[in-house]
Design a binder for this molecule. Structure first.
Ligand code: 13P
Length: 250
């Protein structure tokens, strides 16, 4: 089955609205007419509306980097699914390793957020990945299986179609150390097999699994050329329009 790749920019805590505007104005012409893959930008909350407005009618989707699971309530500093949608965004990242590491996001929280995103018709990009010590201890497969199983509790095969998974080995994020295509493929196969166990073979064959972790223009082709790798979630190299466009057009 052929899966349409998703090339996504996670800007993390970078870019003011003016900087985001400058990026989008430079970026859209570079990827105009590029329909082979889906392209998505994940700006910070304060730039979300600006980026949505500028990208309207283009081939570029926009999402948040994090979303709360509750409909609304006394959750200072958080953003709800309804808020995300009201601005015109369509995607959200869930469970990025930095959320897990610095903001105590557990598999249980990830699961709640996934339910909320699907309920609201938001495309969820669920991030998973092992830390270096886990890889060195030979625990990568176990960690990935636990994270996937935890994320998918209570999710049915019927509801699962929009889900995207991003495999981001934590030791490769922001370090310049990329997983080799072979390492990424091996991990993706583990994840896809686990999805098959939980949601069935059809969902597993259709679900997109992105790779993230030091993706750059010069390694994108090798990674994205792999059948098992259905796109990229890009941090540092997504901050410049020309470099992210080069990755999108690998
Ligand atoms: P880098 O591309 O900077 O390694 O970041 C990857 C990432 O965390 C994307 O979500």
């Amino acid at each position: 089955m052929s899966r349409k790749a998703l090339i996504a920019a996670n800007w993390k805590m970078y870019k003011t609205p003016a900087e985001a505007k400058a990026f989008v104005e430079a970026f859209l012409p570079l990827v105009a007419g590029h329909t082979r893959d889906e392209i998505a930008l994940f700006p910070s909350v304060t730039s979300l509306a600006t980026v949505v407005e500028l990208a309207a009618g283009s081939n570029v989707s926009v999402g948040l980097q994090n979303m709360h699971f509750a409909e609304e309530g006394a959750y200072t500093g958080e953003t709800s699914a309804a808020m995300l949608k009201a601005v015109g965004a369509t995607h959200t990242l869930i469970g990025h390793s930095e959320r897990r590491q610095y903001f105590n996001e557990t598999d249980e929280v990830v699961n709640k957020k996934l339910h909320t995103a699907l309920k609201h018709g938001i495309v969820p990009v669920v991030c998973i990945g092992e830390v270096l010590a886990e890889r060195e201890a030979g625990k990568t497969a176990d960690v990935l299986k636990t994270q996937i199983t935890g994320a998918l509790v209570g999710i049915t095969a019927e509801a699962a179609a929009p889900i995207v998974i991003a495999y981001e080995p934590v030791w490769a994020i922001g370090t310049g150390k990329t997983a080799t295509p072979e390492m990424a493929v091996e991990a993706h196969k583990i994840v896809r097999a686990e999805v098959a166990k939980i949601l069935g073979a059809d969902v597993a064959a259709a679900i997109r699994i992105l790779y993230g972790g030091s993706v750059k223009p010069d390694n994108a082709t090798a990674l994205l050329g792999e059948e098992e790798i259905d796109g990229a979630l890009v941090g540092g190299a997504s901050l410049k329009a020309d470099s992210f466009a080069a990755i999108a057009k690998y």
